[in-house]
Design a protein around this ligand. Structure first.
Ligand SMILES: [Fe+2]
Ligand SMILES: [Fe+2]
Length: 185
């Protein structure tokens, strides 16, 4: 099934707003840890699990499809696009390594706190700057393409996968994340 590209861009931008909220929350967890307090490791683990099951598994692959269409239809606007899949892969690798570390801590393993803090901060910075690049540059290029000619984009492979936190709000595996979100609003 083809999706109208403007609707898809609205979804991708909404994903970014949600991811920004999650990253703020993750930063809060890290600030607690670096202040010597005991952070909420269950929340930490849910956040890392969320980024691996939605942003890495759905949001970024959808963007890859959109950027590929841009590359084909508007090669004049495609400068630097070859770096995006690498960026997505590296973010996914950092995220799953962090998720494994946090899950190991929750299972009783000793992981150095300073290293965990440093890795988490670099993950937050990396994903924030990636999203900032997309919003300030790449998404604008897509808008230019769509302004010139409306398009449909086939993301049917991902269309049925809902965001387990922001769309479904019922997923048992994200209870802490959901209650922290509700507390923050
Ligand atoms: Fe992206
Ligand atoms: Fe994105």
């Amino acid at each position: 099934m083809q999706t109208e590209a403007r609707a898809l861009m609205r979804e991708l931008r909404e994903d970014h707003r949600n991811m920004a909220t999650i990253l703020d929350m993750l930063e809060g967890v890290v600030e607690q840890a670096s202040a010597g307090k005991d952070p909420d490791f269950e929340l930490f683990a849910e956040i890392m699990r969320y980024v691996t099951v939605y942003p890495d598994a759905v949001h970024h692959p959808k963007e890859d499809v959109v950027y590929e269409q841009l590359r084909i239809k508007r090669p004049d606007l495609a400068k630097g696009l070859e770096d995006v899949p690498i960026d997505h892969d590296e973010i996914a690798a950092l995220g799953s390594a962090l998720r494994d570390d946090v899950e190991a801590i929750n299972a009783g393993a000793a992981v150095r706190r300073e290293k965990l803090i440093a890795d988490t901060m670099s993950y937050v910075d990396r994903l924030r700057s990636h999203m900032a690049w997309e919003e300030r540059d790449l998404f604008q290029r897509i808008d230019s393409m769509l302004f010139a000619e409306s398009q449909d984009i086939d993301v049917s492979e991902f269309e049925h996968i809902k965001d387990p936190v922001f769309e479904l709000e019922i997923e048992a595996g994200f209870r802490r994340l959901l209650s922290s979100l509700k507390a923050a609003t």
